[in-house]
Design a protein around this ligand. Structure first.
Ligand SMILES: Nc1nc2c(ncn2[C@@H]2O[C@H](COP(=O)(O)OP(=O)(O)O)[C@@H](O)[C@H]2O)c(=O)[nH]1
Ligand SMILES: [Mg+2]
Length: 455
């Protein structure tokens, strides 16, 4: 059921969660994937566009701290998708008799759904009766009878009688002892005058407590038009979408119903009697995203972002100085990530600053050399790498000990210098707020000029 949509949504949220920072490329990619998936699920283009715009806007919103952005965007995406699916509006049974009339076009899945819900409500301690008022389709009564017998449900049919109202009247008295009466009606290929007239007559005779429109998921966004037509004709109280298992268009049907404000009570997810579930947008989405709930996803993001390392780095930034250990540990904590281009993502506000190319190159291989280097350094050297400049012999010693070239150590020190320089240059930098656009530009300009080598 909507497996493909689920898979792509999962990928999109993972992409956000796993990214160290949200750059334009990432946001564009995520939005592209989302759009493709939602449109394939037949969600209307205008809804898809609205959602994309909101995400893009949040991604560039400077009021949101960089380190909060991922969480913010995932929450936004989640909330927007839930709202696309509509409100949670469960079918609330009355204490008195529930007369639930099922309407819908031919083949929508009414009879099947009535059987499923008969079983559903009987299992929950209700006295259930099914009544077959589809007087037009040959063998409709027999289908209901077979289903009812198979699942031990009470049923009332009158094969041969083609007056639906008179069948209902015939059993009305007997039905009084049941509290959930599920009423099967006839469908046509479209809502025409004849069908409309029949529905209205039944409506008068039965006075249903619920009028439910049943639609198969493969109608996609066309569900909106159908729901509106039926709403206009008989004031339906809710919708059931069947055959969610057999089409990729279920997203369209669900979101289209949400647009009409016709709440979706249940969805049918297969041909078997238990293939029915109450429709809860939040839970539905959680399952689609393959997570327990939003909170667990947020936890996941938090666990990817190593908070301890982050706090340490933040502290270094506040004090205007980092130790080499801080820097390398930070990079290491991010798993198999690269170098300073990634650390940059951890510094609030620094993301979109134009940092010179050389500094941004991926440094995967370097990181492992850095670790070797660190192992050969004394704590004193790591805390204050400046002493390496003063005593060149130290560099030779470390190079020998770690089996790397002198130039590797110099490269590490150079990057370390640049990062510290970057931090120092952030006058009035408030780490809790990140950098202003102006500060960033200033910094970028400054780094455009940093070319001198220290060794
Ligand atoms: N795969 C699948 N098939 C369904 C589902 N609900 C109904 N069907 C099938 O859809 C067809 C029409 O269903 P039916 O209940 O007779 O529709 P009605 O004309 O509205 O009463 C039947 O072949 C059902 O087995 C569902 O949730 N999943
Ligand atoms: Mg039927």
């Amino acid at each position: 059921m909507l497996e493909k949509l689920g898979e792509i949504l999962r990928k999109a949220t993972d992409r956000i969660a796993n990214a160290l920072f949200l750059d334009k490329n990432l946001v564009d990619q995520v939005i592209r994937d989302l759009q493709r998936a939602l449109i394939e699920a037949d969600v209307s283009i205008s809804l898809v566009k609205e959602l994309s715009d909101k995400i893009r806007k949040a991604a560039i919103d400077e009021r949101i701290r960089e380190i909060d952005k991922k969480e913010h965007i995932i929450k936004l995406l989640h909330d927007e998708l839930v709202s696309l699916l509509g409100e949670y509006k469960p079918l609330a049974l009355q204490k008195t008799q529930n007369r639930i009339m099922f309407l819908g076009l031919y083949g929508a899945g009414k009879t099947t759904m009535i059987t499923k819900l008969g079983n559903y409500y009987a299992k929950r301690g209700n006295k259930v009766a099914l009544i077959g008022l589809d007087v037009h389709r040959p063998a409709a009564a027999e289908q209901l009878e077979q289903n009812a017998k198979k699942h031990n449900l009470n049923y009332f049919i009158d094969p041969g009688n083609n007056d639906a109202v008179s069948i209902y009247k015939k059993y009305e008295k007997q039905l009084k002892t049941f509290n959930v009466i599920l009423i099967d009606t006839a469908g046509r290929h479209m809502l025409d005058e004849t069908l409309l007239k029949e529905i209205k007559e039944l409506n008068r005779a039965i006075n249903p407590t619920e009028k439910i429109l049943v639609m198969p998921a493969d109608v996609g966004q066309a569900a909106k038009k159908q729901a509106k037509e039926f709403q206009g004709a008989v004031e339906i109280s809710g919708v059931i979408i069947t055959r969610m298992d057999s089409t990729a268009k279920g997203g369209g049907a669900l979101t289209a119903c949400a647009e009409t404000k016709a709440g979706v009570y249940f969805i049918g997810t297969g041909e078997k009697v238990n293939d029915v579930e109450e429709f809860n947008p939040e839970r539905f989405l959680s399952r689609l995203l393959g997570m327990g709930d939003l909170q667990s996803l947020i936890e996941k993001i938090k666990s990817i972002t190593d908070e301890k390392a982050q706090a340490k780095l933040q502290k270094g930034i506040e004090q205007g100085k980092l130790s080499l250990d801080d820097v390398v540990a930070q990079v290491k904590s991010m798993g198999d990530m690269g170098g300073f281009d990634k650390i940059k993502g951890m510094i609030p506000g620094l993301n979109s600053a134009k940092i010179p190319e050389g500094m941004l190159e991926s440094q995967q291989a370097k990181i492992s050399r850095w670790e070797h280097i660190l192992k050969s350094m004394t704590p004193e050297e790591k805390a204050d790498p400046e002493i390496l400049q003063k005593e060149h012999s130290r560099i030779n010693r470390i190079a020998k000990g770690s089996g790397v070239a002198n130039s590797d150590i110099k490269a590490l020190l150079k990057q370390y210098d640049m990062l510290n320089e970057m931090i120092k240059s952030q006058e009035d930098f408030d780490p809790s707020k990140g950098m202003s656009q102006k500060q960033m530009q200033k910094l970028a300009k400054k780094f455009g000029k940093v070319k001198k080598m220290r060794f």
